[in-house]
Design a protein around this ligand. Structure first.
Ligand SMILES: Cc1ncc(COP(=O)(O)O)c(C=O)c1O
Length: 387
């Protein structure tokens, strides 16, 4: 979250003064509804649903798209563990594919991992950097697969004129503390498919059958769960969404200044980006020829303010080799509901199954884009990183 202040405080105060914190039972037509309409319009989908986390958003997106228990869903080796957890959350099996130099899922590896059980590809736009969606769409079309985008880290990003999250069959977003806009916790699901939206609406609110809007739901009711949010989340997100364009413009201007300077380096190169204009501008990854060079750069330049620098290889649960419960195939709290028990073929994982991704992640250094400095200050600071 880059901006947070009086506007959010005033919006929350209004909700508290109204005494109406629950989004339903009189809250219909309230702030969550308004946020969903505005968010769907911003992202370019017919529907949006606010939920209590990005993980919940992804689970709803997978349900909306039509992923079913036993299906295989291809996820990248570099993403927060929540992506494969969401796949398990709908009873499906995550299949791990390599990332390429852009650090996004490698379409060639997706293709290589397709089996007769594959139902969906889950591109993850990590650190607001778009995946190669055209290549993925071609594979999906040819192989008759669904695309469910994990846009948790990429709110407002785009690819070839379309907002991330709106390109596939459904998309998920996170509004936790560490995202471009947020409410501390929260998330959303977007889709343009009415039946998919209805399924997500039912699943996110076990009480849906009792709501005023129940008669508008055309999908038969089933037992869901509770991923609902309160009007406080609606109020914060409605306020945050109004800030989004300005935040992205500020980030992108500073990212461009950094890249212009860093492009002059001979010791490293800018990591390729699948769509420069659509990158959210959160960070600038640079790629070295060897791990030693990346480590040496981090030692000498890593602590240099104003940049936070780190290698993605050290990003813990964002690397598949650290997804312990998944590698061990402990897919649920009880074996009877463990999707691995119901897999339609033997799935094997190992810590070194995506060696190319591990190598790329270790040869990459990611530099954060300083939000509070002027463009000139960012340019001057970036100059000091180029030997
Ligand atoms: C790529 C990615 N997917 C999913 C999630 C899950 O979001 P949340 O923590 O809101 O459940 C995150 C959040 O950190 C994420 O970065």
């Amino acid at each position: 979250m880059y901006e947070l202040g009086k506007r959010e405080i005033d919006a929350i105060a209004k909700v508290i003064n109204s005494g109406q914190l629950f989004r339903y039972r009189g809250g219909e037509g309230g702030l969550c509804d308004r946020f969903e309409r505005a968010f769907a319009q911003k992202i370019g989908t017919k529907f949006a649903l606010t939920v209590s986390s990005g993980t919940g958003g992804l689970i709803c997106a997978l349900i909306a798209a039509g992923v079913q228990p036993g299906d295989e869903v291809i996820v990248p080796a570099y993403t927060f563990m929540a992506t494969p957890l969401a796949v398990l959350g709908v009873g499906a099996i995550p299949i791990i594919a390599e990332v390429d130099e852009s650090l996004a899922i490698d379409p060639a590896s997706v293709e290589a991992n397709v089996t007769r059980y594959t139902r969906a590809i889950m591109p993850v736009h990590m650190t607001g950097r778009p995946c190669d969606m055209n290549a993925l769409k071609r594979i999906a079309r040819r192989r008759k697969l669904l695309i469910v985008e994990d846009a948790c880290q990429a709110i407002g990003g785009s690819y070839r004129g379309k907002r991330l999250g709106s390109i596939g069959d459904a998309g998920g977003f996170s509004f936790n503390q560490f995202k471009i806009i947020g409410a501390g916790e929260g998330g959303a699901m977007v889709t343009s498919d009415l039946t998919g939206y209805d399924k997500a609406l039912i699943h996110h609110d076990g009480g849906c059958v009792f709501r005023k809007h129940a008669d508008k739901v055309s999908t038969p009711f089933f037992a869901g769960t509770n991923f609902r949010v309160s009007e406080i989340t609606g109020a914060i997100m409605l306020t945050q969404l109004k800030r989004l364009d300005a935040i992205l413009a500020r980030l992108r201007a500073r990212r461009a200044a950094m890249r212009a300077e860093l492009a002059k380096a001979t010791a490293f190169r800018l990591s390729p980006c699948n769509e420069d204009a659509g990158d959210c501008g959160v960070s600038v990854p640079i790629l070295f020829d060897t791990v030693k060079q990346a480590e040496a750069f981090l030692k000498t330049c890593g602590g240099k303010k104003p940049f936070w620098a780190g290698s993605p290889i050290n990003s813990g649960r964002h690397i598949y080799s650290n997804w312990e419960p998944i590698l061990k195939k402990h897919g649920a709290y009880h074996p009877k509901v463990d999707p691995f028990r119901h897999a339609r073929r033997k799935v094997t994982y190992s810590k070194d199954m995506c060696r190319r991704s591990l190598g790329l992640l270790a040869r990459t250094v990611s530099l954060s884009v300083p939000y509070d400095l002027s463009v000139a200050e960012v340019r001057r600071a970036a100059k000091t990183l180029v030997p």
